[in-house]
Design a protein around this ligand. Structure first.
Ligand code: BGC
Length: 749
C-alpha cells in the first residue's frame, strides 16, 4: 500500500511538473533542458533510484564523504566553518552545487518547528504528539504533519526531525509527550500520517528514535535487554507500521544500546530488520552524538553521522582508502541519502523562504486540540458549563491567568514574544526551562462566561484557593506536570503540592473541575472528590481557546486516552527507573561530555522482562485495576454498540453498529480488540483497529473495520517471520479497552 501511495504521489508530482514546464516561457524551458542535458539526474521522469545512481557515479570521494555527516551544531560544537550556510536548525549537510545537489537543512519539528524565536522567525505550536494520538484521527494527524511541513519550508528547511514513536513502555520517560502512546498499532498509524503530511509538502521526513529509547536517564550509556519476539511485537512494530505506511525517507537511530550494541551500530536493528525485513530504502542518521565508530557503524547500516564528523569524516575516508570500509558500502550510504532527496522532491521543488500562515496555523492547532483533550470524568453532567445558570467561577493555579505549559528539549517550540512566564533572573529561556505559551484559559473562560463573575487565584496558598472556591459556583483548577528531553519523572504525582491544592479546593466546592496539562499519565488521589476532569496534555498555541470550547459545550469531546492512567506508580512493571551510575551521567550541551559520549560510556543494564506487556497489556495480564484505561474518554452524548459480525478472509472484516443515543452530535472512536488463541501466549487482548464515527443525535451507522493480518500475528523468531497461529480469535468492540460490550469468535487460519 505504501508503494502504491508513493507511486501515486510521485505520479501527481510528475504531472504537476509537466504542467509547470509547459507553462514556462520558451527561454526558461531551454534552461531546464540544458540543465538536464548536463545533469541528466535532474530529469524528474526518472525514478529516484536511477537519478541517485547517476549522481553517485559522478561524485568524488570527498563529495561522497561530505554527504555522510553534518557540520556541527551551535552549543554542542564543534561547529565547522562549512556551516556558514546553515539555516540555524539542528543539522546541516553541505550542498554540492557542481552537481545541483542542495544542502540538507534539518530542523527539529516534533509539535512545531523548533528554534524559530532564536532565528527571528515564528512557528505554530501544535498540541504535543501524545495529544495528536489522543485524537485517534488519521486525518488530523496528516494535517498535523502538513502544517509542520509548510512551516519548515517557509523557514527554509527541507528536512524534519519529528516523527518520535517510541511507545510508552515507561510512562515516567521525560519524552513521553513527544511520542504517540503505548500501543504500537495506534502509534504506528498516527506517526505514518504525520510523516506523510510533511513529506507531501516536499520535505524529507524522519521517524525516531530507533529503537527502545524508552527512558532518558543515562540514555547514552544504557543497555536495554529485551528478547527478539517482544521487541518485534511491541516497540519495533510501531516503527514497522510507521515506516511501511508513510514511505518515510529517514530513520534516526537512538542513543542507547540494545542487547549489547549501540542502536547506531546495531546490525540486527539497522540492516537485518530495517533494511532487509522492512525493505527500507531511505537513510539512517544517528541521533545527535549517537555515532560511536566508522567501520562498525557503517557495516551495521548507519548512513549518516549527526551533527558533526567525529567518525564519518576524515576517519571514514581513511578507512575507505585503506579498504577497511568497502566502496560499495560507501556508495550505498550516499545512494540512500540522494535517493531520499529525489523521492521527497526537495531537489525538484526546493523550499523558498516566506512568511508562515500564522492564522491558518492557529486554526489547525485549535482544531487538533479540540479533538485531543480527553474528558475523563463528568459527574452528574457537571459539564458542559451553562454560563446562563452561573453567577461565579473561580479559575485556580498553574499560571492559568497567563498561559499553558509546553514540553521541553529539542522538541521545544518557541512561543511568540518569548516565554509567557519568564523565570526570575533569566533574560531568555534555556534548555529545560518550563516554557509557557501565551494562551490564557482565564481569558477564554471569561470570554465564554459573559455576565458571570470570573476570578483568578494562583493556587500558591491552598487555603486561600479553597476560600475562593467556597465562594464560587464552580471551581476550575489547573494542574501541570512539566517534562522534557534529557530527564525522566521521579514519580507520576503532580509536583509542587498540587495534589494537596486540588484536594483542598474539592473539599470546599463540590463543583470542582480539574484540567490537567501533562505529557504523561499522572496519579489522582483526589479523583473521587472532584466532579470533572479533563486531560489537556500540552495543548499548543491555541490550547485555551480549544479548552473553553469544550468546557462550555461548543465542542463535544471525542478524544480517547492513548496511554493507561494507572492507580499508582507501584503498579508499573518497574517500581523505579534504573539510573546510570554517577560516572556515566552526562550533561547535554557540555563539550567534554560530547566527546566522552562519542567514545562510548560504560554500560548499565535495564531489562524489559515485561516483554510485550506494555501499557494496557500489562495491567490486563497482571489483573491490576487502573484509574483510567487505554482508549477511554467521555463525551457529552452517549453511544450504544450492537450487531458485531466478523468475516474472516485475507484481512478480517469486523462490522457493527454504533448509535448516538444522546441529544448532541458527536464523534465516537469505536475500537476493536482481539484476543489471540491461548497457545500464542499473548496478553489477554490487543488493539487491532478502530474507526472514528461522526454521529448526529439519534443517528446510527454501521462501522466497518478492516483488520490487517499482521495485527493478529505473532513474531516467530526461529522463522524470522510474522505468523498467524491457526485457532479461535475473539473480536471485541466498544468505546475503550475496558468497555467492550460486543464479542464474537472466529476461527482463523
Ligand atoms: C534528540 C533528537 C533531536 C536531536 C537534534 C537529540 O538530542 O534526541 O530527538 O532531533 O537532538 O536536536
Amino acid at each position: 500500500m505504501a508503494t502504491q501511495t508513493s507511486t501515486l504521489r510521485n505520479a501527481s508530482f510528475l504531472i504537476s511538473m509537466v504542467i509547470w514546464c509547459a507553462l514556462l516561457p520558451a527561454s526558461a524551458q531551454t534552461q531546464v533542458s540544458a540543465k538536464t542535458t548536463s545533469k541528466p539526474w535532474l530529469n524528474f521522469s526518472l525514478s529516484p533510484d536511477e537519478r541517485a545512481a547517476m549522481v553517485v557515479k559522478e561524485m568524488t570521494l570527498d563529495e561522497k564523504i561530505a554527504l555522510l555527516h553534518g557540520t556541527g551544531m551551535s552549543g554542542l560544537g564543534p561547529v565547522s566553518p562549512l556551516a556558514v550556510h546553515s539555516n540555524g536548525g539542528a543539522g546541516y549537510v553541505i550542498a554540492i552545487p557542481r552537481l545541483g545537489i542542495p544542502a540538507i537543512q534539518m530542523s527539529d519539528a516534533a509539535y512545531g518547528v523548533r528554534m524559530s524565536g532564536e532565528n527571528g522567525r515564528y512557528s505554530t505550536a501544535l498540541p504535543a504528539c501524545v495529544a495528536g494520538a489522543a485524537s485517534w484521527d488519521l486525518e488530523a494527524a496528516h494535517e498535523y504533519g502538513a502544517l509542520i511541513g509548510r512551516e519548515l519550508r517557509a523557514q527554509g528547511y527541507n528536512m524534519s526531525l519529528g516523527g518520535g514513536v517510541n511507545i510508552t513502555r515507561e510512562p515516567r520517560n521525560g519524552r513521553s509527550f513527544e511520542y504517540m502512546g503505548e500501543d504500537p498499532i495506534l502509534a504506528g498509524k498516527i506517526v505514518a500520517q504525520v510523516i506523510k503530511g510533511s513529506q507531501d509538502q516536499h520535505v524529507i521526513g524522519d521517524i525516531k528514535h530507533y529503537a527502545l529509547n524508552d527512558q532518558e536517564s543515562g540514555r547514552n550509556a544504557v543497555n536495554v535487554n529485551i528478547d527478539q519476539r517482544s521487541m518485534r511485537e511491541s516497540d519495533l512494530l510501531a516503527f514497522e507500521i510507521g515506516i511501511r505506511e508513510s514511505d518515510v525517507a529517514a530513520v534516526m537511530c537512538s542513543y542507547n544500546r540494545i542487547n549489547g550494541d549501540y542502536a547506531c551500530e546495531n546490525h540486527y536493528l539497522l540492516t537485518d530488520v530495517l533494511k532487509k525485513d522492512w525493505n527500507f530504502k531511505g537513510f539512517v542518521l544517528s541521533d545527535w552524538g549517537g555515532t560511536h565508530s566508522a567501520a562498525k557503524a557503517s557495516a551495521a547500516g548507519l548512513d549518516q553521522e549527526e551533527p558533526a564528523e567525529i567518525f564519518y569524516g576524515a576517519e571514514f575516508k581513511k578507512a575507505v582508502e585503506a579498504g577497511k570500509i568497502p566502496k560499495s558500502e560507501l556508495d550505498d550510504h550516499v545512494h540512500r541519502i540522494l535517493r531520499s532527496m529525489f523521492a521527497t522532491g526537495v531537489i525538484d521543488d526546493p523550499p523558498e523562504k516566506s512568511v508562515v500562515d500564522v492564522l491558518g496555523g492557529l486554526e489547525v492547532a485549535q482544531k487538533i486540540a479540540e479533538q485531543s483533550i480527553v474528558l475523563l470524568k463528568n459527574e452528574q453532567n457537571q459539564l458542559p458549563l451553562d454560563a446562563s445558570k452561573l453567577h461565579s467561577i473561580v479559575v485556580i493555579g498553574a499560571h492559568s491567568d497567563v498561559g499553558m505549559i509546553s514540553g521541553g528539549g529539542s522538541a521545544q517550540v518557541d512561543p511568540p514574544g518569548g516565554n509567557a512566564i519568564m523565570p526570575p533572573g533569566k533574560g531568555r529561556t534555556h534548555w529545560q526551562d518550563h516554557i509557557w505559551f501565551p494562551t490564557s484559559p482565564l481569558k477564554t473562560i471569561k470570554a465564554k462566561a459573559r455576565g458571570v463573575s470570573v476570578q483568578y487565584d494562583p493556587g500558591t496558598d491552598p487555603s486561600s484557593a479553597a476560600d475562593a472556591a467556597r465562594a464560587a459556583d464552580v471551581a476550575i483548577v489547573f494542574g501541570y506536570q512539566w517534562e522534557g528531553e534529557g530527564m525522566d519523572l521521579e514519580s507520576l504525582s503532580l509536583p509542587e503540592n498540587q495534589d494537596a491544592l486540588i484536594a483542598k479546593v474539592a473539599a470546599a466546592n463540590p463543583h470542582t473541575i480539574v484540567v490537567l496539562e501533562t505529557g504523561s499519565p499522572v496519579t489522582m488521589p483526589w479523583a473521587g472528590q472532584v466532579s470533572g476532569i479533563l486531560e489537556a496534555w500540552y495543548a499548543g498555541s491555541r490550547g485555551a481557546e480549544a479548552l473553553a470550547n469544550l468546557l462550555f459545550g461548543d465542542v463535544n469531546p471525542s478524544a480517547k486516552l492513548p496511554v493507561t492512567f494507572p492507580e499508582s506508580a507501584a503498579d508499573l512493571p518497574h517500581p523505579t527507573i534504573v539510573k546510570p551510575p554517577v560516572h556515566s551521567t552526562t550533561r547535554d550541551g557540555e563539550n567534554e561530555a560530547w566527546k566522552r559520549i562519542a567514545s562510548g560510556l560504560p554500560a548499565f543494564q535495564v531489562t524489559y522482562d515485561e516483554g510485550v506487556k506494555v501499557g494496557y497489556k500489562w495491567y490486563d495480564a497482571e489483573n491490576k485495576p487502573v484509574l483510567f484505561p487505554f482508549g477511554y474518554g467521555l463525551s457529552y452524548t452517549a453511544y450504544e454498540y450492537s450487531g458485531l459480525k466478523v468475516t474472516p478472509g485475507d484481512n478480517v472484516h469486523v462490522t457493527f453498529t454504533v448509535k448516538n443515543t444522546g441529544s448532541r452530535p458527536g464523534a465516537e472512536v469505536a475500537q476493536v480488540y482481539a484476543a489471540l488463541p491461548a497457545s500464542t501466549g499473548e496478553p489477554p487482548k490487543r488493539l487491532v483497529g478502530w474507526s472514528k464515527v461522526q454521529l448526529n443525535a439519534g443517528e446510527s451507522k454501521e462501522v466497518r473495520v478492516e483488520v490487517d493480518r499482521l495485527y493478529l500475528s505473532i513474531f516467530n523468531v526461529e522463522k524470522n517471520a510474522w505468523e498467524l497461529v491457526p485457532g479461535d480469535y475473539a473480536f471485541l468492540a466498544g468505546g475503550s479497552s475496558q468497555s467492550l460490550p460486543l464479542k464474537e469468535t472466529a476461527s482463523l487460519k
